[in-house]
Design a protein around this ligand. Structure first.
Ligand SMILES: Cc1ncc(COP(=O)(O)O)c(C=O)c1O
Length: 363
């Protein structure tokens, strides 16, 4: 039995998406060039970015695209402010330090959103900061950060905004005509419901042109990667052809579903059923309900809770969930994203109810 993946990704995909991986593609062939063009076009359209941005896909996982984008856009004389309220914000700061770039951090608790007023103050006091990085949905908890407010402040201060939208892109609204950002970064295998192996950045064309020669890395240079696409429509280096084909199919399915708004509505229904049902079974959300994005829900582990046993008993019944990732609190996570719907969550809750009874927990 193939389990349902209730995780932050890789996650459950539709059969049509997996079927798109059933053929071979010549990477220099016209058919694959057309597929790559469709991919780049559809990615830009999702964020309404066609006016000023370009889409640059890159082989690898989400971390790769974030690191490549930072390496490409920042020069040694620039300074990055990273807004941190979880592990993925921390990771951006680590990457920038590895790249030997000057870094500042503004750190918030894992259960509190980034405070736009604090960002405004910090930028006012630190004129040397040229770029600000924010994680849209901090997947550590599933907390939604106030992207629009922070973007407006960063733009007003004349700085560049880098958005890690890994776990939000394709579901939560991002409109580049309303929300100014130098770059939006995401990957194939989260809300787009593709298979893993590809990241991409939507980058302001002018910023990318100006970034020529910045990257200390050859394979991670997104300026050169982009020039490759623009010159002959091809990837510079071997593309993950099946992953591209699956992602294009997944993007067509996203459009057929009604676009990101319809997908968000489905994920929202998943979350509501999950959170209400879990509360009835005695499991409380870690975050305030209002801060919890319908991406992945974090639950507090009750006293005496053995995650490994819980995980195994759900896995044996066809549901793969996720451990917690918090630095202090004991938690576990259940994803709401992927090709899953309300009926799947009803079944999950029934199984959790049975498991809890077997383990002697009050259900
Ligand atoms: C917000 C965010 N950023 C970055 C990443 C890293 O992506 P990957 O694990 O594909 O490298 C993830 C993965 O879950 C994420 O949720």
């Amino acid at each position: 039995m193939t389990p349902l993946l209730l995780t932050p990704g890789p996650l459950t995909t539709r059969v049509e998406t997996r079927a798109a991986m059933q053929r071979d593609w010549g990477s220099r062939d016209q058919a694959f060039i057309a597929l790559t063009a469709e991919l780049r076009d559809r990615l830009l359209a999702i964020a309404n970015g066609k006016a000023g941005h370009v889409a640059v896909p890159l082989q690898g996982s989400g971390t790769f695209i974030v690191e490549a984008t930072i390496a490409t856009l920042l020069r040694p004389e620039d300074k990055l402010l990273v807004l941190i309220n979880g592990a993925y914000g921390e990771r951006i700061a680590s990457m920038a330090r590895r790249l030997r770039l000057p870094v500042e951090t503004l750190i918030f608790e894992e259960w509190e959103p980034v405070d736009p007023a604090a960002v405004e103050r910090f930028l006012g006091e630190n004129p040397a900061v040229t770029h600000v990085a924010i994680v849209h949905c901090e997947t550590t908890t599933g907390l939604l950060n106030p992207l629009a407010e922070v973007a407006a402040i960063v733009a007003k201060a004349g700085r560049n905004l880098l958005v890690d939208a890994m776990s939000s892109f394709g579901a939560l609204p991002i409109d580049l005509t309303q929300t100014p950002a130098t770059t939006i970064m995401a990957s194939s295998n989260k809300c787009l419901e593709g298979t893993p192996g590809l990241g991409f950045a939507l980058i302001e064309r002018e910023a990318l042109i100006a970034a020529r020669g910045n990257s200390p890395s050859l394979s991670f240079d997104l300026h050169d990667q982009w020039r490759g696409f623009e010159s002959n429509g091809q990837w510079r280096f071997t593309p993950p052809v099946q992953v591209v084909a699956a992602l294009v199919e997944a993007l067509r399915l996203l459009e057929a579903e009604g676009g990101p708004a319809a997908r968000l509505a489905r994920y929202g229904r998943n979350l509501d059923i999950l959170v209400d049902g879990m509360a009835q079974l005695g499991f409380e959300l870690f975050l305030d309900r209002a801060l919890q994005a319908p991406i992945i829900a974090t639950f507090q582990s009750p006293p005496g809770f053995a995650f490994e046993d819980f995980y195994q008993s759900l896995a044996a019944r066809g549901f793969v969930i996720y451990p917690g990732k918090l630095s202090r609190a004991e938690t576990f996570r259940i994803g709401c994203i992927g090709a899953v719907g309300p009926a799947d969550f009803q079944r999950l809750l029934a199984v959790i109810g049975e498991t809890s009874k077997e383990n002697g927990r009050a259900a």
